[in-house]
Design a protein. Structure first.
Length: 299
């Protein structure tokens, strides 16, 4: 049986403190744990070595014994009997007592020197939080307008969520505990959902406000009248003043997008008029426009 340098296994000096040992162990155990490396035999082997090193160096009595005998471990039993007979050694390492290791295999070196691992130590393995998951969910702008349930599949599992009205493009929502399972009874990770909103409407969205360019015929622009607008909340009638100019803006208060997680609050809808000049005039229409031109020149 070969001597095992537990300090080298954990990558720490012999002067390492208890906190140094704990930190090194947690870092390596998280990296090499079988749950995170299910098909890596080398990683599993190193994980066992790391556990064994921590078992010895984190226990003051075991570490004292290990540091005392070092490479003379094969004679440790004889040395201890001699010291005990002289009343010089009062360790509580349980030499010669066999313990149940569960599913973990410890080296012959460890078994020969320390006998086994206590039940208390077995139960003190570090607990690690599970891996966080990231997912993307694509929804239409019209769907983002209302609060609604939706089911999505993440890592083969169906997750039913409620999407709040007013969710923004690129917004991330965290679902606590819906990530990967924890290690050694640790908490599960979280699920982070990034929303991608597809806008196929005529509206442009800026946070809670909506913008719409509306074609307005020449006659309504000149004489005034009424137009019907299709909003995301239904049809709305809007009065147009006579002599409305191209690019004129109108504001419809509360007809914009819902404010995220603020029930009953909405942004505004801003209308920009784009006046369309008619085409394919008849001869009669051209004559009438000519008359209008003459009248305007007489002013």
């Amino acid at each position: 049986m070969a001597f095992i340098d537990y300090y080298e296994v954990l990558g720490i000096p012999k002067t390492a403190t208890a906190d140094d040992i704990k930190s090194a162990y947690r870092k390596l155990a998280r990296k090499l744990h079988p749950d995170l490396n299910p098909n890596d035999k080398e990683a599993n082997k190193k994980f066992q070595q790391v556990n064994e090193a921590n078992e010895v160096l984190s226990d003051p009595e075991k570490r004292k014994k290990y540091d005392t005998y070092g490479k003379d471990w094969e004679h440790a039993e004889e040395f201890e009997k001699a010291r005990q007979s002289q009343g010089q050694y009062t360790g509580t390492g349980g030499q010669g007592t066999a313990h149940n290791f569960g599913d973990e295999d410890f080296s012959d070196f460890f078994t020969s020197m320390f006998g086994g691992r206590s039940a208390e130590s077995r139960s003190s393995q570090a607990k690690f939080r599970g891996q966080d998951y990231n997912a993307e969910l694509k929804i239409a702008l019209t769907d983002a307008y209302t609060t609604h349930p939706q089911t999505m599949t993440v890592n083969g599992k169906n997750i039913r969520i409620t999407i709040p009205a007013g969710i923004e493009n690129g917004q991330v929502i965290k679902l606590t505990g819906y990530g990967g399972a924890g290690v050694n009874g640790g908490p599960a990770g979280d699920l982070f959902i990034t929303f991608l909103i597809n806008n196929t409407t005529a509206f442009k969205r800026d946070r809670d406000d909506l913008y719409l360019t509306l074609d307005l015929d020449l006659y309504t622009a000149v004489l005034g009248g009424e137009v019907t607008i299709d909003t995301l909340d239904g049809k709305v009638k809007l009065k147009v003043k006579a002599e409305t100019q191209n690019g004129t803006k109108a504001r419809l208060k509360g007809k914009g997008f819902p404010v995220y997680k603020k029930e009953g609050q909405f942004g505004d809808l801003y209308i920009t008029y784009s006046i369309k000049i008619p085409t394919n005039f008849s001869e009669k229409e051209k004559e009438l426009f000519s008359e209008l031109l003459k009248l305007s020149q007489q002013k």
